[in-house]
Design a binder for this molecule. Structure first.
Ligand code: ARG
Length: 571
């Protein structure tokens, strides 16, 4: 595909003295008002060098470059050179490229030979997998897909919270009030009820907290009875998580969670000691981070047991030594900002020069319309229930709307789950948001169902056009003049931008950039479809328009794919 910015910079460099093509490229703008052209070049900065008024300079440049075949016309307006591309050339080149690349349109090799770790989801074992976990799970999955698409070697890690004092509490509660049958029948809900009960009881009897701490210390020492219970809770919990991951179509390469590092920590406690970073404070070992404007980090407790942060230090080094990552990305809630700042600082202080290649990608809170959730009080909305409800409600809508489908079950799953994921990826990740059923399942708003529906609509147009026309359109042998009308051109401009959009989303760890762009494409497609007849008599015209439909469908599908969402052929 022609890189127009670069091409225009080259053309400008012939007409403007004293600036390199690179410098010129950075000055080129994309006007928000289409009447100002596809690209614009402001001449203010040249005035000093050339000692002429900017409009005069603009006029001179416009005259010099207007003959170039890349342009349909070039105008001078005040201090600007406004450039309108030759639509024929632009349209033909873009549509041909998209069709040729198909599923690979937008793919890049920017990351060739580099390994990126994306850590996401990472729920705590034996605690409910609730609606709050959807954020890390879905955002992380999309970031992984984007990096994979950009050509990086990727490793997906689920850093399970399968260790820590909460297991002391869980085991303590199970021994006191638990029942094996209940755990087997409904593991997480039962374990959660124990956990809740523990907190209620510990309010009354604070000695329970000490008992739980002692149990955890035994677990860390590897006492068989404690280990066995812990292992059982972990297995049962994982079964439940896996069920949800399956529904979401999400996978991991590694489930090395916190417990995996339990025997790897003494090395770092020693390294910290050797580096003279450890200080004793009331029997505990801490790293003082005052110099960096942070509160101290607790590395080992007075009973010698290690903490969450110690395990993160061990995990980062393990990952570097195992995968030699280029970047190690953590998709974790913004509530943990301080935690990440602390341990990354500590890793740097230990002399690991790659410390800053560990990137915390934070996100805001999700709450429910009827208030937030709290695991401790047992007020919790299970993610699995939310997903099931999404599928159920979608099934109802499909029946009501008489949606075209071969399998209601399959479509309800695709659209229901897709809707929840799409909403998750619609806003800047750092924003808090309120989960709303009305918004999620709205087929007309800027939602997943709307984009999926647009894709299915394009598929339906292609079915109606027939194999022969589709084959002809796919060969790239089209008369581009038929798809240079304003709404077609608008759509093609958005399609052209897709690879750059993916790149930007990767750079910023921000899948919503992709989400918003495919909403724009879907809207532009529907405008085009409204403004123009695609399946006209004239075969040349029909073929060109069908080619554009293929390109649009392709781009929407690739975009949805990067969000982890399927693109239905019928809907
Ligand atoms: N298990 C933690 C939680 O549920 C999240 C883990 C985040 N990842 C990490 N490497 N610290 O809050």
């Amino acid at each position: 595909m022609i890189n127009y910015k670069e091409k225009i910079a080259e053309i400008l460099s012939e007409a403007v003295e004293g600036l390199t093509a690179e410098e010129l490229r950075n000055m080129i703008e994309i006007p928000s008002d289409k009447k100002m052209g596809d690209y614009a070049f402001p001449c203010f900065k040249l005035a000093k060098v050339l000692r002429k008024a900017p409009p005069m300079i603009a006029k001179g440049i416009a005259e010099k470059i207007s003959e170039d075949p890349v342009f349909e016309k070039v105008e001078q307006v005040n201090a600007y050179v406004n450039m309108f591309l030759s639509r024929d050339m632009y349209v033909k080149d873009t549509v041909r490229e998209v069709i040729e690349k198909g599923d690979d349109y937008g793919r890049a090799d920017a990351g060739k030979g580099k390994t990126v770790i994306v850590e996401y989801s990472s729920p705590n074992i034996a605690k409910p997998f609730h609606i709050g976990h959807i954020r890390s799970t879905v955002i992380g999955n999309s970031i992984y897909k984007i990096y994979d698409f950009l050509g990086y070697d990727t490793v997906r890690i689920n850093h399970l919270g399968d260790y820590g004092t909460q297991f002391g509490k869980m085991i303590c509660a199970y021994r006191r009030w638990g029942n094996k049958e209940d755990v087997i029948n409904e593991p997480i809900k039962t374990l959660l009820s124990y956990y809740t009960k523990f907190h209620v009881e510990a309010e009354k009897d604070p000695s329970l907290d000490q008992e739980a701490r002692d149990i955890f210390a035994k677990l860390e020492k590897g006492e068989p009875e404690e280990v066995e219970l812990w292992q059982w809770f972990r297995d049962e919990s994982l079964k439940e998580f896996t069920r949800v991951y399956k529904m979401l179509g999400i996978e991991f390469d590694s489930y090395a969670g916190e417990s995996f590092y339990s025997d790897k920590m003494p090395r770092f406690v020693q390294e910290l000691k050797d580096a003279e970073l450890l200080e004793e404070s009331q029997g505990a070992q801490i790293v003082n981070l005052e110099e960096y404007g942070m509160s101290p980090a607790l590395i080992t407790k007075s009973d010698g047991s290690t903490l969450y942060i110690t395990r993160d230090i061990a995990a980062a080094v393990y990952r570097k030594e195992t995968y030699d990552f280029y970047k190690n990305i953590y998709v974790v809630a913004s509530q943990q900002n301080l935690h990440f700042q602390q341990w990354i600082q500590i890793v740097e202080l230990l002399g690991y020069d790659w410390a800053r290649d560990c990137v915390h990608v934070p996100f805001g809170l999700v709450s429910l319309e009827d208030g937030t959730m709290s695991t401790r009080q047992g007020r919790v909305v299970f993610l699995e229930d939310v997903l099931n409800r999404a599928v159920e409600q979608t099934r109802e809508i499909i029946k009501e709307k008489n949606v075209n489908t071969d399998s209601i079950d399959e479509t309800a799953h695709m659209v229901g789950i897709g809707a929840v994921m799409f909403q998750e990826l619609s806003n800047n990740r750092i924003k808090d948001y309120v989960f709303s059923w009305d918004k999620v399942l709205n087929f007309e708003g800027e939602t997943g169902p709307y984009v999926q529906y647009t894709h299915a609509r394009a598929a339906s147009v292609l079915r109606k056009a027939g194999d022969e026309i589709v084959a002809k359109a796919s060969s790239g042998d089209i008369d581009a003049a038929y798809i240079t009308g304003d709404s077609a051109y608008e759509l093609i401009r958005l399609i052209y931008d897709f690879p750059a959009v993916v790149m930007e989303a990767g750079d910023k760890y921000e899948p919503s950039i992709v989400t918003r762009h495919i909403v724009d494409i879907a809207q532009a497609f529907n405008r085009f479809y409204h403004d123009e007849h695609v399946l006209v008599e004239d075969e040349a015209e029909k073929t060109a328009k069908v080619a554009l439909v293929i390109a649009a469908k392709n781009t929407i599908k690739n975009g949805l794919g990067l969000l982890g969402i399927q693109a239905p052929e019928k809907m």
